[in-house]
Structure formats: structure tokens, C-alpha cells
Design a protein. Structure first.
Length: 264
């Protein structure tokens, strides 16, 4: 049993053999299941799940494109400040961009209620309501919430993923770009410990910088680790609470909405 490897751009291959050869692989990063008696079956099932998710993500992407809507998949660990950043973003852009939110949470409408206070269209998807309480959004879950957003009236949709530094990075949901929020309270080593998340991000928002004077945190060390994992990511250093440094992040979103952002 070999290891399947999935790259941030969606390309996949495996390391099934222990010899050199000249052909490419086309498999997915579902890990080494050789410790399970059902290892082969597990790999086959996981490949099917990821393949079906990618098919549905493409359908979501086509739906967004058909309405002229750009999308951002916003990810982070719990408590990093996604919702606070998103609320500040909605308030700053509401006079110039029509932004809708698909809010993902395991349970409750707490974050969705906060965002609705801005007047933005918000569709809530709770993963404990028919989706097994998953710690991430996938393409099916996102599709289930799109009917509650007026896509024809929007320029940009932000998909606020479930707070988790692992699983959300593995699932394409139909987004144009991925952004992640990282709080300086999380420690300098996080890009090294959670490389899949940091590597998948087109943009990394370094949040809560207003707390730096009170922390034993080496921001240069963090930047070194981030660069080692993902040298291409656009980095924004800001405080969603105070608004410090928010303008460059807003400019980046304007570029995404206009279709001139990364890979658009």
C-alpha cells in the first residue's frame, strides 16, 4: 500500500512503488492505510469521495461563473478572527460591492447572526444538520446553501468555512481563491505544523497584530516559516478589531471581485 499525494492545485499522484520509473500517477492524498485490514477498500472509497466532491465543486464553480460571481473560501482555526474580519470587510465594502456570505458552522447561527447585522445576504450551513457534524465544508454542503443566496444580485461570495486548520484545505468547494486567517496568538510554528492549510492559501491574513506588544511572538520567524511552506501567498498583516492594516486586504478582495485577482 503506497501513499497518495494531493497538491494544492488539485493535481494528484501516488508513491506506490519503491523504484524509479518514467510515468506519472493520478491518485489522491488519502494517506497510508496499510495498518488497517481494509486498507485497499479505504483508499478506494476515499478516492471516490474526493473525485465526487471535485465534480460537484466544478458544478458550483460553473453556477457562480454563470452569475458573474467571484468566490473566496475563507478558512482558519477556531478563534482566529474570521467572523470579525468578515464583518469589518462587509461594512467597509457594502457601498461599492455586493457581497454575500455562505456561513459554515458545526452548530448555532451565532456567526451568521453577527454578519446579518451588516445587511449582507447570509446563508447558513450547519454541518450537524444532516451532514454528520463535519469539521469542514465540502462541495455538497456549499451547494445546499447557495439557493438561499441571491447570486444574480451579488458580485462576490465569501464562504466562511468551519474553523479547523486541517480538513477545510482538502476540499474544493467551487471557490476562485482560498484565503486563510491566522492569529498571532497561535504561535510562530503553525505553518510548519499545518502545512497543507498554509500551502493551499492564495492569501494569508495575519490577524490580531494589536496584541503583539503583549505577546512573546517573533513575527519574523513566522514569516520565515510561512515563506518556507508557501512563498507565493499574498500576506496581509492587520487587526480586524481596530482596522489597522485593513485597506490592502480590501484592495485584494476588490481585485478578486473584478476578476483580476490571482489566477482569475
Amino acid at each position: 500500500m503506497g501513499r497518495f499525494h494531493r497538491h494544492p492545485d488539485g493535481t494528484v499522484h501516488s508513491h506506490d512503488h519503491h523504484h524509479d520509473h518514467g510515468h506519472d500517477h493520478d491518485h489522491r492524498d488519502v494517506g497510508d492505510h496499510s495498518g488497517y485490514a481494509t486498507g485497499v477498500e479505504r483508499v478506494a472509497v476515499l478516492e471516490q469521495i474526493l473525485s465526487e466532491n471535485d465534480r460537484l465543486a466544478d458544478a458550483n464553480r460553473q453556477l457562480f461563473a454563470g452569475h458573474g460571481v467571484r468566490t473566496v473560501n475563507l478558512m482558519s482555526s477556531p478563534g482566529a478572527g474570521k467572523t470579525t474580519l468578515l464583518k469589518a470587510t462587509l461594512e467597509a465594502l457594502r457601498a461599492e460591492l455586493r457581497v454575500g456570505v455562505l456561513e459554515g458552522d458545526i452548530a448555532t447561527s451565532l456567526d451568521a447572526d453577527v454578519l446579518r447585522e451588516t445587511g449582507a445576504a447570509v446563508s447558513l450551513v450547519n454541518t450537524d444538520a444532516g451532514f454528520g457534524g463535519e469539521c469542514h465544508l465540502d462541495a455538497v454542503m456549499v451547494a445546499s446553501g447557495l439557493g438561499r443566496l441571491p447570486l444574480a444580485e451579488l458580485d462576490l461570495v465569501v464562504i466562511e468555512n468551519v474553523g479547523n486548520l486541517v480538513c477545510p484545505a482538502e476540499f474544493d468547494v467551487g471557490q476562485d481563491v482560498r484565503a486563510m486567517v491566522y492569529a498571532v496568538t497561535e504561535g510562530e510554528e503553525k505553518p510548519l505544523k499545518y502545512p497543507v492549510m498554509f500551502r493551499s492559501a492564495d492569501a494569508v491574513v495575519v490577524n490580531k497584530v494589536d496584541l503583539l506588544p503583549y505577546l512573546d511572538f517573533d513575527i519574523d520567524e513566522f514569516y520565515d516559516h510561512l515563506t518556507a511552506v508557501n512563498p507565493r501567498a499574498k500576506v496581509f498583516t492587520l487587526s480586524a478589531r481596530t482596522g489597522e492594516g485593513l485597506a490592502p486586504w480590501l484592495d485584494w478582495l476588490r481585485g478578486v471581485a473584478s476578476g483580476v485577482g490571482p489566477d482569475l
